[in-house]
Design a protein around this ligand. Structure first.
Ligand SMILES: [Zn+2]
Length: 260
């Protein structure tokens, strides 16, 4: 296992450190001398041009090609207040201002620019400290965002809606409301916009993780399923009206039910 950060960037694909952060001997590559201070860590990938993913919810703040020809992407992570730069990419798959999450491929590992082999040069600029930090040291204190909500996530809302610009229902209090996150403004005190109705706080939402799912098979009734899960057919029906429709006695094989 490498660091928590690079395991996420490479989604577990093999990689290893080829050059550490900090002072190092300069080398000449095609007549250009590399900097004596290495502002990031280099990770080799056995020469493979594997995908690099964004770490978590963030925004692309820059992409381009540096003077030496290295293709790069810079991602801002608002929760962490850092900018992470990925250099020497073979190809770039994101655009400036694009919102990304841990399933977004930002580019493929390469050796563009000042590089002797295929690798990722990863630098982390701490916007609080206003300096580069050692990615391997930083990774030791990095905690994954456990409430890693994304736009499009289905959530359960218990809380009061705050003002919005869609003419929604600001001021209304929602109880066990099943909605979808339509916008995220991570810096706001009410960061999640639900169904274009209004903004709610992180504490007001939870995921559907408390549900397990069950796929109906031939011969099932709501009652027989309820017995399997130690619940009642009425509760299952309540949570699945949108799937089952008006008649709780009519369920069909293949229907996926949420069970609490
Ligand atoms: Zn480097």
């Amino acid at each position: 296992m490498m660091s928590k950060i690079t395991e996420k960037i490479f989604k577990g694909e093999k990689h290893y450190i080829t050059s550490n952060f900090g002072d190092r001997n300069t080398i000449d590559i095609n007549g250009t001398t590399t900097p004596a201070f290495h502002n990031g860590t280099d990770y080799g990938t056995d020469g493979k041009k594997i995908a690099q993913y964004a770490l978590e919810y963030g925004t692309i703040v820059d992409t381009g090609t540096d003077k030496a020809g290295a293709k790069y992407v810079v991602v801002n992570y608002p929760r962490l207040n850092v900018n992470m730069a990925h250099y020497h990419l073979d190809s770039i798959r994101v655009k400036k201002n694009q919102v990304v999450d841990n399933n977004t491929i930002i580019g493929y590992t390469g050796k563009t620019g000042l590089a002797t082999g295929v690798h990722l040069h990863l630098s982390i600029y701490d916007l609080n400290k206003k300096q580069y930090v050692d990615p391997e040291v930083y990774a030791k204190t990095y905690n994954e965002d456990v409430n890693n909500y994304k736009v499009g996530d289905k959530v359960i809302v218990n809380g009061t809606l705050y003002s919005n610009s869609y003419g929604g229902k600001a001021g209304k209090t929602l109880t066990n409301y099943e909605g979808t996150i339509t916008i995220i403004n991570i810096k706001g005190t009410k960061p999640y916009h639900i169904d274009k109705l209004g903004w709610v706080s992180k504490e007001s939402i939870s995921t559907n993780n408390k549900f397990t799912t069950y796929t109906v098979v031939k011969g099932d009734t709501l009652n027989s399923i309820a017995k399997k899960f130690n619940t009642t057919w009425q509760l299952i029906y309540e949570d699945n009206k949108d799937v089952i429709g008006n008649n709780p006695n009519l369920i069909k094989p293949g229907q996926v039910l949420k069970i609490k």
